[in-house]
Design a protein around this ligand. Structure first.
Ligand code: TUI
Length: 324
């Protein structure tokens, strides 16, 4: 399927893998790019040497474009910005802030620049700064989030900018793909669905938690401090939330947050921050990254083209299920 996003980024399928901090490495990004989507290496909290190594790994897996993400709250975002320009990464996405001051440098290095936005005001600002596209990420997403839902945010961003819009937040299967195309998006960013793929490095116990998640199993920590983060409910996140609600001291909370994502990735499913989006409940199996990219496209396209017929089929199916 061709959209302005596939043409802009030079990819076969308009599927971008979300840059999950400490999770999205060169192996995952390389697998998604090799499958015709855009794999994105998450640079938040990583060393420069690690970033260089992951770009090398992804490039050893495919000649297709690869992306990398700069987490703008990262104290070393400036150094990360420089190394991605030096490595001539094809696509640079950003999160948790405004990348305005880096855009010129990245474009001079030949990168396509695609910031994540959580409001139409920031989308308009990014377009004025020269961004090539924006990712409109709804609050259903995992990790650091904004306030607006994907359903409300995506059409408003589409009405605000002329550059292509990629939708993110709450999309984990073909129904979500078809829905955001109907809202005006020309690409989809998917994070949580890639947590359980074979090429994803997180511990088996973290994957099992995602596979077992129900619709009400995510929680948001950090709202009070102005850094809301969505993760799965567990002993750690319930404890953090109750301490936050009881206005615990910033020092005490900082101690709990320190290393929480690393612990989760290593398999401490009680004591770590298991970042995941609301669509975790839609993730049912461990597949390869290629299977996920291809299934999202195939199901998304058949849903979108079926349109109202698809709705009729779905409600007919529900009737059959209820009777059986
Ligand atoms: O960045 C993300 N998601 C992330 S980053 C991350 S790393 C982390 N590790 C430990 C604790 C906390 C975070 C985990 N997940 N998504 C992109 C995103 N950006 N979502 C929302 C935004 C956003 C919000 C407000 C972008 C810009 C913004 O406003 C900036 C402005 O200047 O107006």
């Amino acid at each position: 399927m061709d959209t302005r996003v596939t043409k802009l980024l030079g990819i076969k399928h308009p599927i971008i893998q979300g840059a999950m901090a400490r999770i999205a490495d060169g192996r995952l990004a390389g697998a998604v790019s090799a499958a015709g989507g855009l794999g994105v290496i998450a640079c938040g909290g990583a060393s420069i040497a690690w970033i260089e190594e992951q770009v090398r790994i992804a490039r050893s897996m495919t000649d297709n474009p690869i992306g990398a993400n700069v987490m703008l709250m990262d104290p070393q975002a400036h150094e990360v910005a420089d190394v991605l320009a030096k490595l001539r990464v094809d696509v640079i996405t950003t999160g948790a802030g405004s990348p305005g001051k880096y855009i010129e440098q990245w474009k001079e290095a030949g990168a396509k620049v695609v910031p994540v936005v959580a409001s139409s005001a920031l989308a308009a600002r990014m377009q004025r700064c020269g961004a090539d596209a924006v990712i409109a990420e709804g609050t259903e997403a995992g990790g650091h989030i904004g306030e607006l839902s994907t359903m409300a945010l995506v059409p408003q961003v589409c009405d605000t900018v002329t550059i292509p819009v990629i939708a993110a937040g709450g999309i984990a299967d073909g129904r979500g793909v078809a829905a955001v195309f109907a809202l005006g998006a020309e690409g989809i960013q998917v994070g949580t669905r890639f947590l359980t793929v074979e090429e994803c490095c997180i511990a088996e116990a973290y994957k099992a938690k995602v596979l077992a998640a129900k619709d009400s199993d995510t929680i948001v920590t950090g709202r009070g401090a102005g850094h809301p983060v969505r993760c799965l409910k567990n002993a750690w996140s319930r404890n953090v939330r109750s301490l936050e609600d009881a206005a615990a001291s910033p020092d005490e909370l900082e101690r709990l947050y320190a290393g929480s994502l690393r612990r989760a990735v290593e398999g401490d499913v009680d004591g770590g921050s298991l970042m995941a989006g609301q669509a975790a409940c839609l993730v049912h199996e461990r597949r390869s990254a290629r299977d996920v990219v291809e299934e999202l496209m195939a199901q998304g396209m058949s849903r979108a083209s079926l349109g109202l017929q698809g709705l009729a089929d779905a409600s007919a199916l529900r009737v059959v299920r209820k009777r059986s």
